[in-house]
Write a protein that binds this ligand. Structure first.
Ligand code: HAM
Length: 416
């Protein structure tokens, strides 16, 4: 026998009940988001590499280290989407929707990042992603954050921490960046990791995001971006906070929250759980005024967020055991009854019941074992006598009770 072909590292197959959990999350997302006026957009998984370079930023880890990029047969550089936002922006601009006052879109699907796989971190992972295009008002920020929290609550997630920051705008951020760069340059160089020594020059805000303990320790007292927001950004953020307070959406301010992608302005947020280890950020997002324009569209404001479905799945409450038991399992006791049993099984499904039939003519014992394993509430046994009398033996799999029921009455009996 030749060797098995195995799945690629960091790419998973999802069987039930994991796949059921994904279906459930998607259903709750659709229901929640539709209440806020979002409609679904499905974009391609493959895009031109340039889209992500321009959209996400060439200085980010995602673009520098994590993209699955390859030439197609004509030598054009393509990339498996590492996130949904850039593709949604492209579709939004290309479809001419940027003339509309407001466009709210959600996307669900796989994303690809070449990261080191660990618990809650995959190379193919799935995001539930929302983008709201048009509104520049802080009400949109508060509404989006509230919707994200409502969605997670509807999934039954508990003990989540909502972290907020404001990254300012092109008016105030450059000055803060300079202040931070100057502050960092006064540190002993050896205090920072190699990446941070480079980031200090190219993108000093990213130093705040570094996970290396010595970097975090030495940058504990850096100047805070909120103290350097311009009056417009400060007023915007104040309103967002006031609206969240009024809706009783609890949050904490995290001065280090700069996000891993370059497009953010003003409000940024992450939702974090301490229950699933190092990869505890279940959702992240914020405002990105300027991104649409950067990708060749008009000057339209925007904001959005994405949840990682693998991480949400780790936190979902376990469904009640036996909550979705099948209704029946049909066991044939003799070959001559097989067609009648088959017909009855189909009729029960047509009547809305869930169940299966054992086709094999192996032993009755193994058929009963299959019935037990299926978890069905009832077992339908059909042998020669039953066939002659046009009845089935109906066995309650919990109590063991058995009774003879006419074919014509089975639906009514199961409905009880
Ligand atoms: P992000 O923070 O890069 O943001 O990803 C959002 C979420 O996706 C993370 O919080 C995490 O739950 C999940 N995630 C990211 N990488 C992985 C991975 N390798 N394995 C499992 N889960 C992962 C974005 O992608 C932005 N596009 C969000 C956004 C939308 N901002 C505005 N609009």
């Amino acid at each position: 026998m030749s060797d098995n072909v195995t799945a690629i590292k960091g790419f998973a197959d999802l069987f039930s009940p994991d796949s059921d959990a994904f279906t459930h999350m998607e259903a709750v997302a659709r229901e929640t988001f539709s209440r806020y006026g979002f409609t679904e957009l499905r974009t391609p998984i493959l895009e031109r590499t340039e889209l992500f370079c321009r959209g996400i930023g060439t200085e980010t880890d995602v673009v520098q280290k994590e993209m699955y990029t390859f030439p197609d047969r004509k030598g054009r550089s393509l990339t498996l989407r590492p996130e949904a936002t850039a593709g949604v922006m492209r579709a939004y601009i290309e479809s001419g929707r940027s003339g509309d006052a407001v466009t709210k879109l959600f996307t669900i699907g796989p994303m690809f990042r070449y990261e080191r796989p660990q618990k809650g971190r995959m190379r193919q992972f799935h995001q539930i992603n929302c983008e709201c295009l048009g509104p520049s008002e802080p009400y949109a920020d508060a509404e989006l954050v509230t919707m994200a929290m409502r969605f997670l609550e509807a999934l039954g997630l508990k003990d989540l921490s909502l972290q907020l920051n404001s990254l300012g705008c092109p008016t105030c951020r450059p000055a803060y960046r300079e202040t931070l760069r100057k502050w960092l340059s006064e540190l002993d160089e050896s205090a920072l990791c190699e990446d941070c020594r480079r980031r200090m020059v190219t993108n000093p805000l990213r130093v705040l995001d570094c996970k290396v303990p010595s970097c975090r320790e030495h940058t504990a007292e850096t100047p805070k971006i909120l103290d350097h927001n311009c009056p417009d950004c400060a007023a915007h953020f104040e309103t967002v906070r006031r609206l969240l307070d009024a809706e009783k959406v609890p949050y904490v301010i995290n001065h280090r929250l700069v996000r891993g992608l370059d497009y953010y302005t003003r409000t940024t947020f992450e939702i974090v759980s301490d229950q699933i280890g190092a990869q505890g950020t279940v959702a992240g997002g914020g405002r990105y005024d300027g991104l649409v324009e950067q990708l060749g569209g008009p000057n339209v404001s925007g904001l959005g967020f994405a949840c990682g479905m693998e991480r949400l799945a780790l936190l979902l409450p376990q469904p009640e055991a036996g909550a979705d038991r099948p209704d029946f399992f049909t066991v044939v006791l003799t070959d001559v009854a097989r067609d009648a049993a088959y017909a009855l099984t189909q009729a029960l499904r047509d009547a809305g019941f869930r169940g299966e039939m054992g086709f094999s003519s192996r032993s009755i014992k193994s058929a009963m074992r299959q019935a037990g394993k299926s978890g069905a509430r009832f077992c339908l046994l059909i042998g020669e006598d039953e066939l002659a009398a046009q009845t089935v033996m109906l066995k309650n799999m919990d109590s063991g009770e058995q009774s003879s029921v006419a074919f014509a009455d089975v639906v009514a009996r199961l409905q009880k």
